[in-house]
Design a protein around this ligand. Sequence first.
Ligand code: G6P
Length: 608
Amino acid sequence: MCGIVGYIGFQNATPILVDGLKSLEYRGYDSSGVAVLNQNTIQVVRSEGKIIHLEDKLQKSVIEGCIGIGHTRWATHGKPVEKNAHPHIAHNTVLVHNGIIENYEELREQLRSEGVQFSSDTDTEVIPWLIDKYLEKEGDIEKALYKAISQLKGAFALALFSKSDPSTIYVAKNASPLIIGVGQNETFLSSDIPALLNHTKEVVILDDGQVAKLRADQIVITDFQQHVLDVTPRTITWSKEAAQKGGYDHFMLKEIHEQPSSIADCLRGRINDIAAEVDLSELSDPAFFDGVDTISILACGSSYHAALVGQYWLEKFVHIPVSVEIASEYRYRNPYMYPNTLSIAITQSGETADTLAAFSLAKSKGAKTLSICNVVDSSIARMGDEVLYTHAGPEIGVASTKAFTTQLVLLALVTLHMAKKNKTMAQEDIKKLTHDLLELPRTIEETLHMNEDIENICKQFTKARDFLYLGRGASYPIALEGALKLKEISYIHAEGYMGGELKHGPLALIDDEMPILALSQRGVLNEKMKSNVEEVNARGGQMITLSEEGDDTYAKISDVEIKIPHVHELILPIIQTIPLQLFSYYIAKRKGCDVDQPRNLAKSVTVE
Ligand code: G6P
C-alpha cells in the first residue's frame, strides 16, 4: 500500500511529516524516509524498518525547511532495505510514490541507455529520472511532469518537488489514494484523511487522472490533459480514530470493503488484456512451470482453505495431480516426494513457523518451490525459487479477508497460466476467464452491496450455539473458510462439511435450533446439494442458502436465501466468500466481540 505525506507552509516540515507517517504506518512499515528543501538543497533521510528508526536518524541529522515530502513503504519491487526506501532522488527532482509502475523495466532500460545510473531496485526510481529528463528538455517542471505521467502505466500516487520550482509540491494520482489538507497559508498532503486531522478538517480528495500543484496559499488541480478543474474542499466531521478505519467500525469491515481494490492490485500487470492471457513474466524463470508433473501445496489456517480451492482448479483445468497439506502435519511426516514436484507455500504473513518448516522440508527433498505471500521479502517469500505476491496491502484484522481472496486470485492466475502452457483448456475459455477476472473487482463491488441485507439477516442468528456450513466441489473449502471466520471472531462453534458427508454423522446434530448455511454448486452437484438441504429441512434445521442469481433451486426450501451474482465456476468460490465474511462480521459485532483482535489468536503465528 505505502503511505505518502507532504507539507508546504511556514513551519518546519520535518516533524509534521514524521507525525503524518506515524499515522500512516498501518499502510506499510518496512522502511520510511523524508525529503526537505533547505536553501535550494534537497536533504533526504531514509531508514530501514519502522518509523521509530527514521526518528532516531533524524535526531542525529537534523533537516529543516518549509517544504517536504515523506513516505512509509510496503515493498512491492525491491527488498525492504534503505536503498529502496523513498524518497527517490534524481539531479533536480525528489519523489515519493505509492502504487506499481507496470512498465518500469522498459523505462529503466531506456533511461539506462541514456546514461542514468539507478541506485535502487524499485519501480519508482524511474519516475524522478524521467521527470528530470523532460525538465532538461522543457525547462519547466510542470510540463516535465505531464510528459512523464503520459509514459507511466499502472497505479500511482506521486508527490514531488524540484529545485527548479522551490515553492511548489506537485502531486498526481491514478488508482492510489491522495488527499490534500487545506490550512491557513499551509497545505498538507496524505494518503488518508486521519493523518491530516491534527492540522485541518478541510480536505480535497483527489480523483484518478488528476494533478495538483500545491503552494502554501494556493491549490490548482488539473486533469492529465492540463485542463484546470474547479474543485471545492469538503469538511470532515469524523473523529481521528473513526477516520483511521476509513469510517468503518472495524479494520475487518474496512478490509472486506477494500477487496475490489486489493484484487485490482493483485491482477495489475498480470493479465495481458490484448492477448487475453495471463502474464506471469515477473517470474525470473520463464520456463518455471515446464516439466511439473505434480503439485503439493502447503499452508495453515485460511491460507490452507485457499490452497484447497486451488487444488480443485488445478486438477480440473490443468489435469495435474495436486495434494494440499496442513503444514504442521506435513513437517513431521516423512512425505514421499514424486520427481518433478512443484511445492507451493501459501501464506499471508510469510512467517508462519509451520509453513516455513514444511516448505523447507519440501525444498530439501528436491521440490521446485513457489511462494504465494502477501508480505514482501518475508522468510517464506525469500525461501521459494520464485515468489508471487498477492499485493493485498497490510491486513490488520486478525481474521483474514482480503489476503484470502487475493490468494484465490493468484491461484486462478496460476491455473490459467498452466492451462495455457499445458494446452488443457480451450483458448476461447481462457480468453473468457481472463476477461471475467479483469471484471472481478467490479463484480465484488456489486456483491458488497448486500452489506446491509446481511447485517439484517444476522440478527436472527446471534444466539446460535453451533453452525454448520455445507459445500461441495470448490465451494467446500469456502464452507470451511466461512465456518472458520465465524468461530474465530464470534466464538460460535461452527464446522464446514462436504454436503455428501452430512449423512455420515452431522445429520445427528440437526434440530430446530441448528442453523445450516449451504453453498450452491454447478451442474450435477447442485442437485446433490438440493437433496442435502432437503435432508436438513426434514429434521427442522434453519436453512440459509447462498446461490447465484437466476438459480431458483433453493427458493422453496430455504428459510433465508442470499443471492450473489452469476459468475463462471472458477470465479464462484471468490464471490461466495464475500457474504460469508460479512455474515461472520455482523454476528460477531452484534455479540459485542473484539472483531479485530479475537481472544487467544494472533495475526502471524511464528511459533509452533
Ligand atoms: C493465523 C491467522 C490466520 C491465518 C493463519 C495462517 O492463524 O490468524 O488468519 O490464516 O495464521 O497465516 P499465514 O500468514 O501463513 O497465511
